[in-house]
Design a protein. Sequence first.
Length: 249
Amino acid sequence: MKHVTREQAIQSAANLISAAESGEHIVITDNDKTIAQILQCDKETLDINYLHNLTEKLIRVILPLGLKLSAEKDLNKLLELILLEAQDICGADGGTLYLRGRNHELKFVNIRTKSLKLAAGGSTGNPITLPPLKILEDGTGKPNLKFAATWVCINGKTLNIPDVYHSSEFDFSGAKRFDQGNNYKTVSCLSVPLQDNDKNALGVIQLINATEPVTGKIIPFNKFLVQIVESMALQASAALQNHIEKLRG
């Protein structure tokens, strides 16, 4: 990942906003790699208000967060910080951080559900007893695409599902069992990949139930929230990769 300074990001964003306000048609091209990578919107035409919101979030949240993540020396605390910050950024009630294990599986590392005061993994002292998700199917060895998290891990793409109960493409039986046992309702689900510089999977951030800031109503993860979490995932991936490289010596 190419790192940028606060000044570079502000200048790039300011140039885009200035052009948009003058009435120009804004298209981010391959020539603007720095800001386009962080904003995750290559060759996408941007609405001026949308650009303002995204740029403000970039400057006020994402760039400082990158420094915060890079400064964390404890791997367990870093993993916990990644999930908590992702939840806070978009007001998600629930979240899970998965890491890819050596045996072609996604391990549950941190789990949080704010409204239920549920916390497991990390520094909580509460162990996670859920079995890992298998990335490859038993027997066939084919990619296991039935779970949202494994699909994201395998394809390296974000998956945004407005209502899991209306989704027939993926297996959400685990979420539904959780709902039944905890008087909960899983609705919106956003899964974002964590990848190293070579696009190899490191893990997945999965967020549940985005909430409207004023009313607390559960809403889908809109385009703005998706790109903010994707930008945050880039910063988290860079910090996580640095830790992994240090552990390898």
